[in-house]
Design a protein around this ligand. Structure first.
Ligand code: PEP
Ligand code: MN
Length: 335
């Protein structure tokens, strides 16, 4: 439930409402908004007594939140969340491009790619240090050494860095070294990880599970907000379908649906959706046309010899073209 205060409500009246909410064993959360103060009521088991709150001084309206996810919903917070990390701004009116290799392979590889993607227009570098691989025999990532390379990339290029956090054991280290914590598709419903991400001091990019509905995805994001971290970026990376012309099927309709249901920014990962580089440019333009809040693209200077996801990684020249075209699409409509 959402308690909307009058424009002229005094701080004492707001404090009194908060106290009344807490006295009933609920959690009161102030919602960022325009000039008005709104207080979200959380943790109620059943319906909250609307009339009691309507009767309090300074209260304008009491609105029930009908969705199962509360804090991520637009009902709860009508205003868009903008996640700002250095030069990367995720939210309405911006189109940040994150790029980098699937995995960090060496300092030289990471820096070569980072300089190239920065020159093309990327604002953030993404490379995996801990890799969730289908086969235990595949390269599992460089681990801590990879995190240290990410730090070096940030120092040398000024780019914001992002990497995947796979488990609780390595969470602290990943949080220390990276600017954006990625939770991958296979971990979207790893509830222990989501709870830990709720305590993190860094923004979280939550990928959609490969067979998750949008409701399940938003409920997963709710765990992170419930834990206290409201800096969440959603990432659509394709869902599994019957098709065999691509690795997954990019669900472009997730963009308007998520933006209607939630105030959180949503970006698109065309690389894991396609699984092959010849579709990445078109899918990226489609993401911009559908008003996504950014994209994340795999790029490698030598994809034929990449340790993972080489087939879907763009050559730096292709990435440069992509940045220009996507920017042109983004500039072609009003924000
Ligand atoms: C990745 O981003 O490299 C990755 C493993 O992605 P996903 O979790 O979407 O498969
Ligand atoms: Mn990958």
């Amino acid at each position: 439930m959402l308690i909307v205060m009058e424009l002229a409500a005094t701080p004492e009246e707001v404090a009194h409402v908060v106290k009344q909410v807490e006295n009933r064993g609920y959690i009161a959360k102030q919602i960022p908004g325009g000039q008005r103060v709104s207080i979200g009521v959380l943790n109620n088991k059943g319906a909250v007594e609307k009339a009691v709150f309507m009767g309090l001084a300074g209260v304008k309206e009491v609105i029930p939140v009908t969705r199962a996810y509360k804090q991520v919903s637009r009902e709860f917070q009508p205003k868009d969340t903008i996640v700002t990390v250095g030069d990367a701004v995720f939210g309405i009116g911006h189109f940040p491009i994150i790029a980098g290799p699937c995995a960090i392979e060496s300092a030289e590889q990471a820096l070569t790619i980072a300089h190239a993607v920065k020159a093309a227009g990327a604002v953030a570098f993404r490379g995996g240090a801990y890799k969730p691989r289908t086969s235990p025999y595949s390269f599992q990532g460089m681990g801590l050494a990879g995190l240290k390379i990410l730090k070096k990339v940030r120092e040398e290029t000024g780019l914001v860095v992002a990497t995947e956090v796979m488990d609780l054991e390595t969470f602290d280290a990943v949080e220390e070294y990276t600017d954006i914590l990625q939770i991958g598709t296979r971990n979207m419903q790893n509830f222990s990880l989501l709870k830990r991400a709720g305590k993190a001091q860094k923004p979280v990019m939550l990928k959609r599970g490969m067979a998750a509905t949008i409701d399940e995805w938003l409920m997963a994001a709710e765990y992170i907000l419930q834990g206290g971290n409201s800096q969440v970026i959603l990432c659509e990376r394709g869902v599994r379908t019957f098709v065999n012309h691509s690795r997954n099927t990019l669900d472009i309709s997730a963009i308007p649906v998520v933006q209607k249901e939630s105030h959180l920014p949503i970006i698109i990962d065309p690389s894991h959706a396609a699984g092959r580089r010849d579709q990445v440019l078109q899918l990226s333009r489609a993401a911009a046309a559908a008003e996504a809040n950014g994209i994340m693209v795999e790029v490698h200077h030598d994809p034929d010899n990449a340790v993972s996801d080489g087939a879907q990684s763009l050559y730096p020249e292709q990435f440069e073209t992509l940045c220009q075209q996507v920017q042109a699409v983004f500039n072609s409509y009003d924000h």
